[in-house]
Design a protein around this ligand. Structure first.
Ligand SMILES: C[S@@+](CC[C@H](N)C(=O)[O-])C[C@H]1O[C@@H](n2cnc3c(N)ncnc32)[C@H](O)[C@@H]1O
Length: 273
């Protein structure tokens, strides 16, 4: 692991973890939406004279085909503007990641995502590993500082930081460890140089690399900011990549708020088991 000197150039973001839960007593609107989807999907299997046919294809959103079951409340909070995109992503990671996993933070920035990933992979087995990448040494310094400030040394040893473009992630990942999750939090380093920013071209290369590496049952998680120049082009490149993946092998989802035209967009790419 690279050891990096501490830096004072650290930004602390307010947490919206305390966003209200939408579970009880109200029935989750999103859950109703999912039930509605199941109805529509089943209907595609065939209704006959108002009565469902006994035979024919029927889509059920069991966890194996609908892998974000359990995150409905977070997604509804995101749609309602009550939960930050990054916190929603973290809540989906909790469903996917197990202790002892190998995961990648493809854009370390200030290290908040790295820490969230570390907490999910760290367990008694001590096999878990977070590979953190960034092209800016100041970002890796910030991440290193945050790790030192908030995590015990034993856990910190599970993080390996790499000054590297994420399009080259295959260069540093061990071939023998299946990668459960690869996280992208795109854009520029908050409070850093806004000219150093993720670009559609290299993001696309990185997603192609991620799709080669990610294990079956794993997730490529992407938070995209479209309010800055180039952000919308980056989103288009990502959507074009996600929609090119064959449905037999991949589940791809996009979440955005229709009336927040410059709000962040979440894209989740699941590799089927
Ligand atoms: C929005 S910030 C990430 C925030 C971070 N995940 C956190 O929790 O604080 C985006 C980061 O991507 C980095 N970046 C830009 N282009 C990159 C590339 N090609 N490869 C890896 N990192 C890149 C930037 O330097 C910046 O630190």
């Amino acid at each position: 692991m690279e050891t990096l000197p501490p830096t004072l150039n650290l930004l602390f973001r307010p947490s919206l973890e305390s966003a209200p839960s939408f579970r009880s007593p109200r029935v989750s609107l999103l859950r109703r939406f999912f039930i509605g989807c199941r109805f529509v999907a089943s209907a595609a299997g065939g209704f006959c004279a108002g009565k469902r046919r006994e035979e024919g294809p029927s889509l059920e959103f069991s966890p194996s085909v609908f892998p974000i079951s359990g995150a409905e409340d977070s997604l509804l909070s995101f749609i309602n503007g009550k939960m930050k995109a990054t916190d929603v992503a973290h809540s989906i990671w909790k469903i996917v990641i197990r202790g002892g996993d190998t995961v990648v933070d493809a854009t370390c920035g200030n290290g908040y995502d790295t820490i969230a990933l570390l907490k999910l992979v760290a367990d008694d087995s001590r096999k878990g590993c977070v590979h953190g990448l960034d092209i800016q040494s100041s970002a890796l310094e910030n991440t290193s500082y945050l790790l030192r400030e908030s995590v015990a040394e034993k856990q910190r040893e599970l993080v390996k930081l790499h000054l590297l473009c994420h399009s080259r992630m295959e260069d540093i990942l061990p071939k023998d460890a299946p990668v459960r999750l690869i996280a992208f939090n795109l854009g520029y380093l908050p409070a850093g140089d806004k000219a150093i920013i993720t670009k559609p071209h290299s993001t696309l290369f990185a997603l192609q690399a991620a799709s080669r590496i990610i294990a079956s049952g794993g997730l490529i998680s992407i938070v995209i900011y479209i309010g800055h120049p180039g952000g919308r082009e980056e989103l288009e490149a990502i959507l074009s990549f996600a929609s090119s993946l064959p449905v037999e092998g991949w589940n791809c989802f996009k979440f955005e708020t229709a009336n927040r035209p410059t709000g962040p967009v979440l894209v989740f790419i699941f590799k089927k088991q």
